[in-house]
Design a protein around this ligand. Structure first.
Ligand SMILES: [Zn+2]
Length: 309
């Protein structure tokens, strides 16, 4: 076994010399691809290390970190009773995609005024979807633990009316690396309001978020996905750059689709809600289990929306 490992290591080291960083990436792909949960093909030599060159040591420690991260994910998969280990998202794109309003979702002067685009899918070939979670009424500590254990990124669209009784819950979410975004003060049907009223709903929430979370968002989701030109003009006036809605919606007991093919597509934005047993036949954990099992079974990873914006 030792000899095989050593040969592998020599080969890897040679590749490292020949191709520089590419070899490191190749090892990363093997380890994070989760093809072999016990990581047998990259098991380190148990005895003294014969290759003491800095690149080899760096490679060993990088591979060891990846193995440890993968092992933790496998354990979390069991603990949270998922059907399969969630796939690891590729690195964020070096060049961000150009995001335009979805065809048919533009408003007058969309391009001329450079208004925040409304879109349902991010243009990418990466086999990823983006998880977005709205409103904020349910504040389930198990949900925070689950997503932290599994290292699943998501974006929360928050309504002040639903979160003001416990901003601290969302600060914990933010501290775990998730982005908090704007979903208005009171969750109204925005097109039914005047420009001034819409501005108060959107820009007022920007102020609340700056005060409570230290940062005014650049992303707004209009409640119910409903908006008009005034919505986007008001949003732009207080720093909003994007207005993503969604292509699929997950409930604790079913999925709903915008497209007739009822399928997932690379770059799709998926919506679910902070809801618990008082409103749904299940918990946030049940809801996430449904979401992750489907996404993983279809070969998608969950990526971070802000990495693509
Ligand atoms: Zn909502």
């Amino acid at each position: 076994m030792r000899a095989v490992v050593q040969n592998d290591k020599n080969r890897t080291l040679r590749a490292l010399w020949v191709r520089g960083g590419i070899a490191v990436l190749a090892v990363a792909a093997v380890v994070s691809g989760c093809a072999s949960p016990d990581g047998a093909q990259v098991r380190p030599a148990a005895g003294p290390q014969h290759l003491q060159a800095p690149p080899a040591r760096a490679l060993d420690s990088y591979a060891a970190k990846l193995r440890a991260a993968h092992a933790a994910r496998v354990a979390a998969t069991r603990h949270w009773k998922l059907a399969a280990v969630p796939l690891t998202a590729p690195p964020p794109p070096a060049k961000k995609p150009v995001i335009k309003a979805r065809k048919g979702f533009e408003v007058d002067d969309q391009e001329e005024l450079n208004l925040p685009p409304v879109f349902t899918t991010v243009p990418t070939k990466d086999k990823v979807v983006f998880l977005t979670i709205d409103d904020g009424s349910e504040k389930d500590p198990a949900f925070l633990r689950m997503m932290s254990d599994l290292k699943i990124p998501y974006t929360a669209f928050l309504t002040d009316k639903e979160i003001r009784d416990d901003y601290g819950y969302f600060r914990r979410m933010q501290a775990q690396g998730h982005t908090l975004n704007n979903h208005t003060l009171t969750h109204p049907y925005l097109p039914g309001l005047s420009y001034r009223e819409q501005k108060r709903e959107i820009c007022g929430m920007q102020k609340v978020m700056k005060k409570q979370f230290g940062r005014a968002p650049t992303v707004l989701r209009p409640p119910f996905g409903n908006y008009n030109r005034d919505t986007l003009v008001a949003a732009k006036s207080c720093g909003i750059k994007y207005a993503p809605i969604w292509d699929e919606e997950v409930y604790v007991d079913h999925w709903e689709y915008r497209e007739d093919d009822r399928d997932l597509h690379p770059g799709d934005i998926v919506l679910t809600h902070f809801r618990g047993r008082d409103e749904w036949k299940g918990t946030m954990v049940d809801d996430m289990r449904r979401f992750l099992n489907r996404v993983t079974a279809e070969g998608y990873a969950v990526a971070r929306l802000e990495d693509y914006l």
